[in-house]
Design a protein around this ligand. Structure first.
Ligand code: ATP
Ligand code: MG
Length: 200
């Protein structure tokens, strides 16, 4: 499974709906400073609900909505709403149809060659709302997180390696570094289960 494309709409610097394709093996994004490269990663973190733990660069969720006067802090008019969709290629069936159906709480999810995870944040006068969709079915964050965990993508995981993470790993104690390796190798899960078993 890999990210096939990302669709950003009114998200951060992407004021117009923008579809960014990714290759299966390796994709490099280049561009001048401030052109929106890191905003693309923020889009992935936002849509997959990984934002809180993996350090998305925004103080509040509504800062992620495109604001034409971003630099001079002028307030914008019109709908305050941002959407990001991550399109995963699942032709290798990393996730079985039954797993997707289960997470979506519906049979109506298509053929699951594509898994589309979409998040929308909407600002109203005195509040904001966040919505998640799985193949166009409305779901909760926990449904998305449970599904992604079955594909080895977790908020604590190192599926996304942020700037500074490498330095942090180098400066860790050997024990803490070992915990990361256990996590990536999938051993940590069994440690937790073993502890639970002993506790019983
Ligand atoms: P660098 O090479 O310096 O890392 P970058 O390509 O990663 O740059 P980003 O950090 O992705 O750049 O983009 C920063 C730009 O996004 C800034 O110009 C900032 O004004 C703009 N930006 C961030 N949030 C918003 C927003 N809500 N509305 C409009 N523009 C925004
Ligand atoms: Mg950057």
């Amino acid at each position: 499974m890999y990210i096939k494309a990302l669709v950003l709409d009114n998200f951060k610097s992407f004021g117009r709906k923008t579809k960014i394709p990714f290759y299966e093996d390796f994709t490099v994004v280049t561009g001048p400073n401030g052109s929106g490269k890191s905003n693309i990663i923020d889009g992935v973190l936002f849509a997959l609900g990984l934002a809180r733990t993996r350090g998305i660069r925004a103080e509040k969720l509504t800062d992620l909505i495109y604001n034409p006067g971003h630099e001079d802090d002028a307030s914008s008019s019109g709908p305050r709403e941002a959407t990001v969709e991550v399109i995963l290629d699942n032709t290798d069936r990393t996730l079985e149809r039954s797993q997707v159906v289960n997470a979506a709480g519906s049979d109506d999810v298509g053929d699951v060659d594509e898994i589309r995870i979409r998040r929308r944040v909407k600002e109203t006068e005195d509040n904001y709302y966040s919505y998640y969709y799985l193949n166009d079915r409305s779901v909760n964050l926990s449904d998305i997180q449970d599904l992604l965990a079955q594909a080895g993508v977790t908020p604590e995981g190192y599926n996304v390696v942020m700037q500074g993470d490498v330095t942090e790993i180098i400066n860790m104690t050997p024990y803490a570094r070992r915990e990361i390796i256990d996590e990536i190798a999938g051993v940590a899960e069994f440690d937790a289960k073993k502890e639970d078993a002993f506790a019983e």
